[in-house]
Ligand binder design. Sequence first.
Ligand SMILES: [Zn+2]
Length: 211
Amino acid sequence: MWKLIRCVALLSLVATLNNCGRSNNLANDFNGSEDRSWPDGAQIEIYLHSSVPQAMQEALIRAIDKQNSVLKKTFIYLNGQSKASGFDHDPTNFNFDDILHDDLNALYFTSGSLPSAEGAESPDAVTQTWFTDGEIGGGDIIFKTDKIKSESQAEVVMLHELGHLIGLEHDEEHSENIMHPLVNTTMLKGPFTPDYCRELSKRYETKDCPE
Ligand SMILES: [Zn+2]
């Protein structure tokens, strides 16, 4: 039985500061562990929906490459295919209970509204992840088109959302951590802090990660 984890990332753009809230509908069968992860050695394929702006694709790939640079076995890759069977969701009118019922991990941009996070009325990005038997089995990332205006914003938000996709929570304590609720484009200079890597290494074998 698949269970839904809903992560809502709120990105209110104030200058270069992006506010990311998070909402969890965490089911409670993590087998006692909240350090959830994809299965060991998983290859996480992300499909690009046709709603993803062409101009943002290189930035998204950069984010994926950076994320992969600290993962030893598990890695993420992009499938540029814009349409596939079971991948016909209308990004202006998501039914969030339905989109994860396909077998694809997908990235969408939408002009529609996203589910609200706790304490966050109007989220600008969402990562939703399914898990089963305590492990992550799939997920989708959705960006609000009108909130992601530059390539650097797309890259830093993608890094943050990829963190959620591979199981990381928000780090409210460390403002420089890419998983802090407030992210900004200056984080692109060194997105993986020791705090980030410590959480990552609870779930995955890591490399090139600061101690
Ligand atoms: Zn977030």
